[in-house]
Design a protein around this ligand. Sequence first.
Ligand SMILES: Cc1cc2nc3c(=O)[nH]c(=O)nc-3n(C[C@H](O)[C@H](O)[C@H](O)COP(=O)(O)OP(=O)(O)OC[C@H]3O[C@@H](n4cnc5c(N)ncnc54)[C@H](O)[C@@H]3O)c2cc1C
Length: 421
Amino acid sequence: MNRVIVIGAGASGLAAAIAAAKGGARVAVVERGHALGRKVLASGAGRCNLTHARVPPENYHGGKPAFVGEVLSRFGGEDARRFFSELGLLTVEEPDGRVFPRCGRAHAVLDVLKAELDRLGVEVRLGVEASAVSKLAAGFVVKTKAVPWKKGAAPTHDAGPAELSCDRLILACGGASYPQLGGTEAGYGLARSLGHSITPLRPSLVPLLVKESAIKRLHGLRVEAGLRVFRGPRELGRGQGEVLFTEYGLSGPAALDVSRGAVLALAGGPVDGSLDLFPEYSPQDLRTMIAGRWSSRLKRTVKDFFVGMFPAQLTGAMVDALGLDAHRRLDSLGAGACERLSALLQDWRFQITGARGWEEAMVTAGGVGVDEVDPRTFGSRKTAGLFLTGELLDVDGDSGGYNLHFAWASGLAAGRSAAQT
Ligand SMILES: Cc1cc2nc3c(=O)[nH]c(=O)nc-3n(C[C@H](O)[C@H](O)[C@H](O)COP(=O)(O)OP(=O)(O)OC[C@H]3O[C@@H](n4cnc5c(N)ncnc54)[C@H](O)[C@@H]3O)c2cc1C
């Protein structure tokens, strides 16, 4: 029977521990935090968007597309739902394909994982950090240290032995994002010490800083929109969905989805952004709709033209951007005003000057190079008996359940292989 140690009790570590124990291994999990699955609990704004009905490789970045393709061909959205269904979790699929626990609470996801760990007799050590790992002729030694409840305080709990040994080691330490929920670069150091290389780390799925005060003034407003980012004529990314205006710029799923390309390009200076406030219209259909509305309201004011189209704050921003007087009648404006409005509605330009930091980045882009890992088993190609999972790897997904999906997929494959090989 293999003795398996899993470092990290996040999404991928919990899945790995379950699969390894089901495969007949004796499993211990060490977690430096004092609770399991803290990101799982925070995910999906407390609802946990645990997977997606459709999980194509195009929704993933970093690494090599062939690596992710191989992983997803073995574990798709239905497989994730089946895994959780077998644990007793009821899930629902929203119209856009995102999958949540039916009860709407992330706690339910963690509860079924915990119940399975208990049932399988997995030992979980909380408040215990793996400070170093070393490879022996057969197996590994993991050096541990107790982590206090509060920074600076003395540890008051029994962290167990200072060294643990095992036949198979699973690094499920996650990425650097959201340090307040356990995000750390520690796992990259452990992977490096076992022969792995790390591609550059960058915050991703992160809110964007915008220069224009016209955008920042709208803070609190949410709209369904399309969002694109550019450097000169080159498109760096596009997203569609909810956009949240904030006092510093833009957030919400569509902004987070374009942040990856923007953050990468920001190293070379500001990046241009464009908002499409009518993403469901083709440019021609929008021009026809706006022209019809314009000609049927010629005796009304500019301000009245927008009533029923937009919230009042957005009307003000559009009027300012077009340089119009809100109280002028449409029939007193030049012929080009209607055309300019149609163009603005689908291409409202602004400048992205930066991004919020690790504290607000939902995931880490970059990590352990995927060339160094077998996509079928998540076994290391550098160190026999070592497995690496989840966000620690150079794979990051769009928002929509893709990151947790990858955590389950990698954790289950690694756990199964660690028990068997
Ligand atoms: C606010 C927020 C919301 C999110 N919402 C979603 C969502 O709805 N859907 C989605 O798909 N994704 C979401 N994500 C992303 C998703 O949560 C992560 O991609 C996923 O949790 C990664 O799993 P992981 O196991 O790789 O790492 P983690 O879940 O981060 O777990 C790693 C664990 O390892 C521990 N650890 C690290 N180093 C050591 C060490 N040396 N010793 C002991 N323990 C260690 C850490 O404390 C941590 O608990 C969200 C992320 C955040 C921050």
